[in-house]
Design a protein around this ligand. Structure first.
Ligand code: TYM
Length: 327
């Protein structure tokens, strides 16, 4: 079976962009692959989270993955920092990574520019190398992610190819998988920026834990564009985003939705988007709140994931150490 590896930073609650851009496809792919899903808490450290919040979010995100349909009977679910090997392999790979390629990463440049106190930790620059290690440690063939991870996946492939050039057949070269149409869900308040966990304006982000009233309110107040035409296009980022969200939720093509709602007002159309979101998010939210209280069960799932995963990581690491000449 092909090996699938992907992760999510437990920095905050999971939102609709994470779900449509990533997690929903994971629930399908877990049945056809050997899947490794992890909570990327080492990556989260680059945002300097409060320790208690990081601990709580890590468990909450595990509950949310299960609520979304990730199934421990099919997949390994684990916490990145609990499996030894990610940071070792990241160090080895960093010696094969060009500084220039890291400095050109758009996520690094954006995040570094947004640091209010001017302090840019080296971890932020090094972040994509750790991502490459996460992926190569399990010999991934497939990495399903949203569009924002494209450059990181390219670096991972470059590193696998470069390393294999010197040490043949060490790593499979992983293929990224981007979901059709919804690989980039935009903020409801600023449809030219992606929906993001770190957005201070929570009105722009539909969290999977939002109640029905909040979902309806956020969609009703989503920023739309001037004019009345209900169509997708670069001059209409707000309506395009809502059309994309509705298409993803109902699995109906955008062109068909444009025809269906062509004569509707923006208000009527937003009502339809809100109801589709309520119908999709409601059952996930209910499962999430039920699972969130089952702390021991969640810890058991993560412990089992860690056990199975550590054995795999050990095999790759031993092979890499050997090839590098470490005693
Ligand atoms: P993270 O936690 O930001 O996001 C988790 C997944 O959700 C996708 N995503 C989106 N998709 C569509 N529209 C959006 N607005 C949106 N926002 C987020 C992301 O593309 C991602 O697939 N660096 C990663 C975590 C990571 C990882 C890895 C992923 C660490 N190591 C190895 C894959 C393989 C991140 O911060 O994801």
């Amino acid at each position: 079976m092909p090996v699938l590896v992907t992760g999510l930073q437990p920095t905050a609650e999971i939102h609709l962009g994470n779900y449509l851009g990533a997690i929903r496809s994971w629930t399908v792919l877990q049945r056809r692959t050997e899947s490794f899903f992890f909570l990327a808490d080492l990556h989260a450290l680059t945002t300097a989270p409060e320790p208690e919040k990081l601990r709580a979010h890590t468990l909450d995100c595990a509950a949310m993955l299960l609520a979304c349909g990730i199934d421990p009977n099919f997949a390994h679910i684990f916490v990145q920092s609990q499996v030894h090997g990610h940071t070792d392999l990241a160090w080895f790979l960093s010696c094969w990574t060009s500084l220039g390629q890291l400095e050109r990463m758009t996520q690094f440049k954006d995040k570094a520019a947004r640091r209010e106190d001017g302090f840019v930790g080296a971890g932020l620059l090094y972040y994509p190398v750790l991502m490459a290690a996460d992926i190569l440690l399990y010999g991934a063939n497939l990495v399903p992610v949203g569009e924002d991870q494209r450059q990181h996946l390219e670096l991972t492939r470059d590193l696998a190819i470069r390393f294999n050039g010197a040490h043949p057949d060490t790593f499979p070269v992983p293929e990224p998988f981007y979901p059709e149409n919804c690989a980039r869900v935009m903020s409801l308040q600023n449809p030219t920026a992606k929906m993001s966990k770190s957005d201070p304006n929570r009105a722009g982000v539909l969290f999977l834990s939002d109640d029905d009233g909040t979902i309806r309110k956020k969609i009703r107040s989503a920023v739309t564009d001037s004019g009345r035409e209900l169509r997708s296009g670069p001059d209409k980022p707000g309506i395009s985003n809502l059309l994309q969200i509705l298409a993803a939720l109902t699995e109906e093509p955008v062109a068909q939705l444009e025809r269906r709602y062509g004569d509707s007002s923006y208000g009527e159309f937003k009502g339809a988007v809100a109801e589709a979101a309520v119908a999709a998010i409601g059952p996930i939210r209910e499962k999430y709140f039920a699972l969130k209280c089952q702390r021991d069960y969640l810890l058991d799932v993560l412990a089992e994931g860690r056990r199975a995963t550590q054995a795999r990581a050990d095999v790759t690491l031993a092979a890499v150490r050997d090839r590098l000449g470490l005693l």
